[in-house]
Design a protein around this ligand. Structure first.
Ligand SMILES: [Ca+2]
Ligand SMILES: [Ca+2]
Length: 94
């Protein structure tokens, strides 16, 4: 199976990935990914990829950068914007 780099810019692919990760991260199923849930997601990601885990302060900063309604946690739309940025960074690094 070959990896198609252009998928990273495909809106449907971005949405599907964001939806999947959001559901996985939202362990209490309240429709939001809060700081603890987001840290857990990043910890798992970091373990799998061996990419160093950001500090708590950095994680807070990431959330606040994308927290457009300022409730301190990710809604699905905010989270999707985050995934979109990650994919863009990944795309540009390939
Ligand atoms: Ca939650
Ligand atoms: Ca929010």
């Amino acid at each position: 199976m070959s990896f198609d780099k252009e998928q990273l810019k495909n809106v449907e692919f971005i949405k599907a990935t964001a939806n999947g990760l959001f559901a996985e991260a939202d362990t209490d199923n309240n429709g939001f990914v809060d700081l603890a849930e987001f840290s857990k997601l990043l910890t798992d990601f970091s373990t799998q990829t061996e990419i160093p885990l950001p500090s708590d302060a950095e994680i807070k900063e990431i959330i606040s950068n994308f927290d457009s309604n300022k409730d301190g946690k990710f809604g699905l739309e905010e989270f999707t914007e985050f995934i979109k940025l990650i994919f863009e960074m990944f795309y540009n690094s390939l």
